[in-house]
Design a protein around this ligand. Structure first.
Ligand SMILES: [Fe+2]
Ligand SMILES: [Fe+2]
Length: 476
């Protein structure tokens, strides 16, 4: 803020900045400050040293009424930081920044505008990553009611599907679903003109497509993402002339906030899904080394999730357990194929070699920040309740719950699969083995839950095909 004040940075002085008020920068950081008009004398040696570490940056301009009031710079030591994917996330951040600034420097001349800014802020804050649409709509409906009171009749949200818009509408009675032809009505006009349409009196609007008897005035906000129609929002009122042209900026801002949050949500979701797909491909590749373990990790993940479900683990813990289960044997990549496929018992040396897969797997995963917390579960999937496992000989509660679950799921799947040195056990036999080893190999809490699961459910868990849609459900 001080920088802006002192240097009188104006919008025009940063000519490369785009309409999103974001400037991705890939030159040297000293150059960046030159662009911003900071004199050399102001960049002392210490600052130079610090800046020297950074490779790329995003500059966000906080703008209020065409005047830059603050600058926010995100530095990164990583090359490629200012790429396309991050750009979209930063664009979301820029909108949030600008919305907050506009509220802070609010031009609210009247109490009414002040209230609207507050409602906008509350709607913005209820749009979070994990929000489902209906609960968001309900919150937004309540917020809008603080402005229009009982005159607010309905709030709808629809997605285009071929020639129709499938909409969810909230009103005083609850939630209902509709299907509207995309080209008709005020909605059709809003989509056609890509702008907010305000009908102060629907009875006088020749385009009005009557759905309800109670709507007297209506606003339609089309949401476009990357020039493609993404969704449509409808706000209905039970009184004529309660809204008019003067409300346009408010509804346009709401549309803009929702468009950005939604595109961000999609981006985040796609990123997570492709990450999961990559991991499964990686695991499948490793399992090729040992044909006996084909799809072992996916079956183990499915079983782990089944147990976690019965034990009531939180969504976050289930997601971690899923990744740990999928990756638990990834360390086997370094174990010789001749040992993995050996048709007979292992020598002591060979066994020591196999044991290393726990430590190696944990180390491989540790470097990935996204998989924080997964590494320890992998490291301890061969620990035993009585402390006789490996690699650390932990016992009882020293072994985390996720690793205890993984150990049961892993052993069970190993027993019901063919191995080079023996045929697969029956499900009943394998379950009996688990029962026999409660309190020695297996954690009593987990094993008891597992044994209480109906056999049909266990069979279904290992036979799910393909597994991917099941795993996607566990992405938070
Ligand atoms: Fe293992
Ligand atoms: Fe395993």
């Amino acid at each position: 803020h001080q920088l802006v004040e002192r240097l009188k940075i104006k919008k025009e002085s940063i000519s490369i900045a785009n309409k999103d008020r974001i400037l991705p920068f890939t030159g040297s950081m000293a150059e960046l400050f030159k662009i911003l008009g900071v004199p050399d004398a102001d960049i002392n040696e210490d600052l130079k040293k610090i800046l020297g570490r950074y490779k790329e940056a995003f500059i966000l301009m906080g703008e209020v009424g065409n005047r830059i009031v603050c600058i926010c710079i995100l530095f990164s030591k990583r090359k490629g930081f200012t790429g396309e994917d991050n750009f979209k996330i930063i664009r979301f951040l820029a909108t949030v920044l600008n919305t907050f600034l506009n509220l802070k420097y609010s031009f609210a001349k009247t109490k009414k505008e002040e209230k609207r800014n507050f409602v906008m802020l509350k709607i913005l804050s209820s749009l979070s990553f994990n929000e489902d649409l209906t609960s968001f709509l309900k919150k937004a409906f309540e917020e809008l009611k603080t402005i229009w009171g009982e005159n607010l009749e309905s709030l709808g949200y629809g997605f285009p599907k071929e020639d129709f818009v499938e909409a969810t509408v909230i009103n005083k009675e609850g939630v209902s679903f509709y299907k509207f032809p995309v080209k008709v009505g005020i909605m059709g006009r809003a989509i056609e003109n890509s702008r907010v349409e305000i009908a102060s009196d629907v009875s006088k609007d020749p385009d009005y497509f009557k759905v309800s008897n109670t709507i007297r005035s209506e606003i339609i906000i089309p949401i476009f993402i990357e020039n493609k129609l993404y969704s449509v929002i409808e706000v209905g009122f039970n009184k004529e002339y309660i809204v008019g042209e003067e409300d346009r900026p408010f509804f346009e801002e709401i549309g803009r906030i929702i468009a950005l949050s939604m595109s961000n949500l999609n981006l985040y979701r796609n990123l997570k899904e492709s990450y999961l797909e990559t991991i499964i491909t990686l695991v499948n590749t490793i399992e090729l080394k040992d044909p006996y373990t084909k799809e072992h990790s996916q079956r183990v993940a499915s079983l782990s999730l089944l147990i976690a479900e019965k034990m009531g683990l939180s969504d976050e813990r289930k997601e971690k357990l899923m990744y740990a289960s999928l990756l638990h044997d990834i360390g086997k990549i370094a174990v010789k194929g001749s040992i993995l496929n050996k048709n007979g018992s292992l020598t002591e040396e060979e066994y020591e070699e196999v044991k290393k897969h726990t430590i190696l797997g944990a180390t491989l995963v540790k470097g990935i920040s996204y998989l924080r917390g997964v590494s320890d579960i992998i490291r301890h999937h061969h620990e035993r309740w009585d402390g006789k496992g490996y690699p650390d000989g932990l016992k009882n509660g020293e072994i985390c719950l996720e690793a205890r679950i993984l150990a049961v799921a892993d052993s069970f799947d190993a027993m019901i699969s063919d191995r080079p040195y023996r045929k697969a056990f029956s499900f009943e036999h394998a379950l009996n083995e688990i029962k026999k080893n409660i309190g020695t190999q297996f954690a009593p809490d987990v094993a008891k839950v597992f044994l209480s699961i109906p056999l049909e459910e266990i069979k279904k868990a290992v036979k799910t095909q393909p597994f991917l849609p099941l795993f996607k459900k566990y992405l938070s």
